[in-house]
Design a protein around this ligand. Structure first.
Ligand code: N01
Length: 555
């Protein structure tokens, strides 16, 4: 099908395009590629002036991906795998951005992307069975499929501190970093936040600033990443084994091809467990989370307690001052019940520097910004620059930033007011032909993202192909299937340790956001199997409506 030969809707109207995709990061780019292969006309809208998504925006010093580079890329295209070569074990932001630019050129994607164009609204019209998508610059385009590729961590969260307007210094959110960088030389800098981002950036800022004050509310379990250059022969071996690597990654819980030393620690002595942990500590990164089967670590209190204590002892070893060490040791949540961060550049050792100070804002919260800095309940800190490493309105924030209206005027914001409700994280009842790539209640952020993205994009592509082949215009999850999926996601989460941490996984970092566990916690392998079965059964749990007679077929 070409732009001039588009699919008529069931009432004969021709939409402007077959599909609108929002976002030109990993998911939007691949979605565009696959839909074009199907012969659909596609328009991608991207707010930024270039491709990259997360990797366009997150330019803060130290920004790097915690997934290993050889699996943090597309697996579907031999040419991409052959022509691209990562330089380090973990890819740095500029290199990932360059990779996505390279992929966009390699697949000739840019001609269907409108940059610097923000989608503000999308409204479904039941009469014509089409969506009307609106952009901030006043465009209106009709489309058959409306596909969100906005990412899970793309709407920054900025706490509402009193007095920020009065602050006379500079301030930046890590995910809206100026392209030219920030000059920290001789400046008194404050960093708020010690999540994955804060832990990546704090050692880098400490290197550059005159003085650094870190405002920490909750300490975290940072595991050494053990980054290093990738050697040529190592890379050759990776290339030679890619089929096996992808096969193992796709059929794993976390979308990573790593083995565990043992499925469970249950029958092992504490000494044996420590031996394994020591070995995995040396390997670093997510290989540590694979010391035992990750599902076991994430659900077994006893094993998790041993691992948590193991990391605490490592933190105490690293930090010279016992009082500072005590503040840095997490005791309020189990390891990995929040997203486990990685330490690239001696994060804990950074607190041994004379020019770095740690302030516990759980004990004495930030009360306000002043013209000269930050006031907490027990003092004032003079600052020239403040860095907000305060995270995101995750999982739903960027989708709900668009005013999405489904059948009968139902707004998505209203529908999700008590937390997201989806079927498979791919769609939601009341919103026909809306697909959400790595949407809430899919594995997404609990996995190596490109693996989950590819699985979603391929499933959506197959689904659209099926619809066209069988003569269906509209697809929409049934309410029953959705209710069942939400219950299943919650039930699995309740069996794990996630409820023991206040985290963005549960929306708890954003005031007034409903506290609901949002990713699907059963793992990529289980999830993939469920999605495949749904498709094999003719899209079980979805309602399909046909072109000719608008007949409703419940599967
Ligand atoms: O955000 P976070 P992030 N006063 O929400 C603190 C991904 N990522 O940007 O823990 C004081 O984790 C907050 O404190 P607390 C990764 O999935 C990926 O670091 O809520 N402090 C916390 O310390 C990650 O999980 C890569 O008590 C306040 C911090 O700010 C996700 O992005 C690299 C506060 C926010 O931590 C988000 O990480 C980097 C307040 N009012 C990140 N409000 C890759 O590898 C918040 N905080 C791809």
């Amino acid at each position: 099908m070409s732009v001039d030969d588009q699919h008529d809707t069931r009432f004969g109207d021709t939409p402007d395009v077959d599909a609108v995709v929002v976002g030109a990061g990993f998911s939007g780019l691949y979605m565009l590629h696959r839909l074009r292969e199907l012969g659909l006309s596609v328009r991608v809208y991207e707010k930024a002036d270039g491709v990259g998504g997360t990797w366009y925006w997150n330019r803060y010093p130290g920004a790097r991906c915690d997934s290993e580079s050889h699996i943090y890329c597309y697996s579907f295209d031999e040419g991409l795998l052959e022509e691209w070569e990562w330089t380090e074990r973990y890819p740095e932001q500029p290199e990932i951005l360059e990779y996505l630019q390279f992929a966009a050129d390699h697949l000739d994607l840019r001609r269907d992307i409108e940059f610097e164009t923000e989608v503000t609204a999308a409204t479904f019209d039941d009469e014509s069975g089409t969506w009307t998508v609106e952009t901030a610059d006043g465009q209106q385009v009709t489309t058959r499929f409306f596909i969100s590729a906005v990412g899970c961590l793309s709407k920054p969260f900025l706490p509402d501190f009193d007095g920020l307007d009065e602050f006379e210094g500079e301030w930046y959110h890590t995910s809206r970093w100026p392209e030219g960088g920030v000059d920290f030389a001789d400046k008194r800098v404050g960093v708020i936040g010690t999540g994955s981002t804060g832990i990546q950036t704090i050692p880098e800022v400490a290197e550059r600033a005159g003085h650094l004050t870190v405002f920490q509310r909750t300490p975290n379990y940072a595991v050494p990443a053990r980054n290093r250059p990738l050697e040529e022969d190592e890379y050759e071996e990776i290339r030679a084994n890619y089929d096996d690597i992808w096969d193992r990654a796709r059929n794993s819980r976390l979308g990573m091809p790593f083995d565990s030393e043992a499925n469970s620690a249950r029958r092992l002595s504490e000494e044996e467990i420590h031996e394994i942990l020591d070995k995995r500590w040396q390997q670093g990164g997510f290989r540590f989370l694979h010391a035992f089967e990750p599902g076991h670590i994430l659900s077994n209190e006893e094993t998790n307690a041993i691992i948590s204590e193991f990391i605490r002892s490592k933190i105490r070893e690293k930090v010279d001052d016992p009082e500072t060490a005590a503040k840095l040791v997490p005791t309020d949540h189990p390891y990995a019940s929040k997203r486990p961060p990685m330490d690239y550049n001696d994060y804990y050792g950074t607190y041994n520097r004379d020019d770095v100070r740690l302030v516990d804002v759980e004990a004495a919260p930030i009360t306000e910004f002043t013209a000269d800095g930050i006031r907490t309940a027990d003092g004032h800190y003079d600052l020239d620059i403040v860095v907000f490493a305060t995270g995101f309105d995750a999982m739903t924030g960027a989708i709900l930033a668009m005013d999405i209206e489904g059948r009968d005027g139902l707004s998505l914001e209203e529908k999700w007011s008590a937390g997201p409700r989806t079927y498979l994280g791919l769609g939601t009842h009341g919103f026909p032909n809306l697909f959400t790539i790595t949407g809430p209640q899919s594995p997404s952020v609990l996995t190596n993202m490109p693996m989950s993205i590819e699985q979603h994009v391929e499933w959506i592509t197959d689904c659209i192909e099926f619809m066209d082949r069988e003569g269906y215009d509209l697809i929409e999850p049934t309410e029953e299937a959705e209710d069942q999926w939400v219950s299943q996601t919650n039930m699995l989460a309740d069996q794990m340790l996630f409820s023991e941490a206040d985290s963005w996984y549960r929306g708890e970092n954003v005031p007034d956001k409903p506290s609901v566990f949002t990713p699907f916690p059963g793992g990529l392998e289980m999830y993939r199997g469920i999605c495949e079965t749904v498709a094999e059964k003719g899209y079980d749990g979805f309602e399909l409506r046909g072109a000719a007679d608008a007949a409703t077929v419940e599967k």
